[in-house]
Design a protein around this ligand. Sequence first.
Ligand SMILES: Cc1ncc(COP(=O)(O)O)c(C=O)c1O
Length: 391
Amino acid sequence: MTYQSGRHFLQLPGPTNVPGRVLRAMSRPTIDHRGTEFKELTERLLTELKWMFRTEHPVLIYPSSATGAWEAALTNTLSPGDRVLSFDQGFFAGKWATVAERFGLDVQRESWEPRRGVAAAAVTDALSADTRQAIKAVLIVHNETATGVTSDVEAIGTAMRASGHPALLFVDTVSSLGATELRHDDWGIDVTVTGSQKGLMLPPGLSFVAIGPRALEAHRTAELPRSYWDWDDQLTFNERGFFPYTPATNLLYGLDESLSMLREEGLEHVFARHARFAQATRAAVDTWGLEGFALDAGEASNALTAVVMPEGSDAEVLRAAILERFDMSLGTGLGDLKGRVFRIGHLGDLNALTLVGTLAGVEMGLALAGVPHEAGGVAVAMEILGEGGGT
Ligand SMILES: Cc1ncc(COP(=O)(O)O)c(C=O)c1O
């Protein structure tokens, strides 16, 4: 492998680019995780995370990928044989449902058109058919990273509360937190799950659960086995500013820095920036004559755009050509979308010029790989980004 000049373009929908400020913060020496300095760090982080999740209630940090937080949400609130409701939103929704099945939960998998966001009415229809109130929890992926489709969690939460059904609402915000508005308390979410490697601009390795009061109440009687993931241990230690095990200290330094950066930019601005980048990307895709996977532009993700390949073209061939020639990584098609879609990540630490470079790499790659398309997508995106004042 010869040296490739310039920076690699990591335009996946996670892990995302880690800003220099975060990398530098993480390079500080590790400190005593039972000392005063560490206690101050934990207390600051746990307060700032409440701001990030828009909650008054506890947020826990685990040294794990987000899959661990899926497991924590389920095992801390449910008992063997409990029913959970899941929709075929895509690859990640399916994986969460599989984790539930492995724990002996009775998963009611509702078929769903993955090119559309889960409709609140579909959730309440399933709940009203459940006259015995056997469903204990509903699993929703806010932004399905495999499809680039966002579901209206506010509408789902509101409809669930109005239905009078007591099921808990669990929401995966792994690729939405920090890219799209999310309000844990106001939207009636009981457990919000996320990971560090996307909108939070950190390397992979941390996961989070925000826990509402109804979930804490369910926790008191939940019988699924758990030890490492147990909320009681975490909450007790966190109250004193510590963890029940050796925490990922240097990732926590990074989190401290990334939360400061999100505060400095302001969440409203962060969300508006992501929305504009998504809009510019979709305009480029339209101009190329290609199809976005999301059927409804109002449900198309602010974090990534999944692009459908024209008949006869293979997304993997395109991705390989772009990686080899332009040193850019794009997201692969996951599960049965392998080869049929590629995904352009536009979340986390990027600006208008990063996006223009990304789209230029795609447009040049389409030509290089012989994918039928029209030129001019980058120019259209530039017009939109220019109007927005750059970022
Ligand atoms: C929506 C969503 N949920 C869950 C996961 C699983 O997260 P992890 O790979 O960090 O365990 C991912 C990973 O990309 C994801 O995008």
